[in-house]
Design a protein around this ligand. Structure first.
Ligand code: ADP
Length: 386
């Protein structure tokens, strides 16, 4: 039996549980808190922050291969373990160009993939000329440790930019010298693709989806996205180029912008399973979580195709500070035809925190994105207080 170590114990690790059982794989998790979702499904847990490489050394002794549900790791420290023979999948070299958003943009650009215009915000003297080049609004991003829009700011004018850069709370937590400045992309839609690559180098891709963000946080995902076959092919080609060049083993999520004139830009790479692929649990033959475990265990990849006409996924985000488990709202949502509710079992709700998600399977009668959005809104009207 294969034992897979997972760095990170949030919902992404928790959602590997069913697949692990199906494949006869045991999960050993490294995560700081006993309350983290994956602790309940792990065979064993090493309680430590994800960037604690000493803990990862202990994790390594308990498993055959180590993978990631969270990329906020200390690569330099982990590379010592890799040199000692610890097997990381994806390998650390595949993560190295991605963990800093500035390095990531440089890497993607170097591969010839389309990315927004960007600058590192290193010298403040050059700020004015960079802004003149990009124009307002401009997007300020923390180069590391950003997620769910934390560390991403859309800025309308110079005064606000200076204020943000001088804001003590931000500079303290995010470190001013580690900012990236990029053009605001007036996208028509946001898209994403989940792709997996096996040990042998075979790649499979999931259907391209449309993602809808509010305040930079993913609210809903519609599968498949209503885009042209050429656009699908272009996005699949981006996934192939990226996964092959990094020699990835495992799942990557790729977030993209689609402009009004049909151009595609890569926004961000997630070197792990991704929120935009959650629909695959209920809608595809092989979920992204099973696919990831298959890849890292050296098993043949499964079929990523939709088993229904489409699907809509809605995140259940916290909207208050509470210890409620929202039983009655979940029950009401579960009564929607073809709805599958996934509740991550977090003991504490906070505004914006991902507490669970719902996937509703669509058939030929309601597969258009207008119907999908109507279903999403009906879920949200049950979930969020008016
Ligand atoms: P995070 O790592 O926090 O998810 P992202 O870079 O994915 O940060 O940004 C979150 C969201 O912010 C995106 O999904 C998009 O809606 C918006 N956003 C990010 N960058 C840009 C940009 N350059 N132009 C327009 N919107 C952007």
């Amino acid at each position: 039996m294969k034992r897979v170590g997972v760095i990170g114990g949030g919902q992404l690790a928790w959602m590997m549980a069913d697949a692990a059982q199906k494949l006869g794989v045991e999960l050993v998790v490294q995560t700081p808190s006993v309350h983290d979702p994956a602790v309940s499904i792990a065979k064993e847990t090493v309680f430590a922050p994800v960037d604690d490489a000493t803990a990862t050394e202990i994790l390594a002794q308990k498993c055959d291969v180590i993978t990631f549900e969270n990329e906020f790791v200390n690569l330099d420290a982990l590379s010592v373990l890799a040199h000692q023979g610890v097997c990381f999948r994806p390998r650390l070299e595949a993560l190295a160009p991605l963990l800093d958003k500035y390095h990531q943009r440089c890497y993607l650009g170097g591969l010839g993939l389309p990315v927004p215009q960007f600058f590192a915000l290193d010298e403040v003297e050059n700020l004015k000329s960079k802004i003149e080049y990009l124009g307002f609004p401009v997007v300020l991003k923390s180069r590391r440790h950003g997620y769910d829009g934390q560390g991403t700011f859309i800025i309308q004018d110079f005064a606000t930019l200076e204020q943000k850069l001088n804001d003590e709370t931000i500079t303290k937590t995010l470190n001013q010298s580690l900012f990236l400045l990029e053009e605001f992309v007036p996208f028509e839609r946001e898209l994403a693709i989940i792709a997996a690559r096996s040990v042998e180098g075979k790649i499979v891709t999931y259907p391209v989806v449309e993602t809808q963000q509010e305040q930079q946080v993913c609210r809903r995902v519609i599968a498949p996205a209503e885009i042209t076959p050429n656009q699908v092919a272009e996005i699949q080609a981006i996934a192939h180029t990226l996964l092959n060049s990094l020699e990835v083993v495992g799942i990557f999520g790729i977030e993209l912008f689609l402009s009004a004139d049909g151009k595609i830009l890569v926004n961000e790479i997630a070197p792990r399973t991704h929120n935009s692929g959650h629909f695959s649990i209920d809608a595809c033959e092989t979920s992204q979580f099973e696919q990831h475990l298959r890849a890292v265990c050296g098993l043949p990849l499964g079929n990523p195709a939709l088993q229904c006409a489409g699907a809509v996924m809605v995140n259940l985000l916290g909207y208050e500070n509470s210890h409620s488990d929202y039983q009655s709202q979940r029950q009401q949502i579960a009564e929607i035809p073809q709805a599958h509710v996934h509740w991550y079992g977090k003991t504490e709700s906070r505004p914006g925190r991902k507490l669970g998600h719902v996937t509703v399977l669509l058939d030929n009668q309601n597969r258009e994105s207008a119907s999908a959005i109507a279903i999403a809104h009906s879920i949200e009207s049950i979930w969020y207080p008016t």
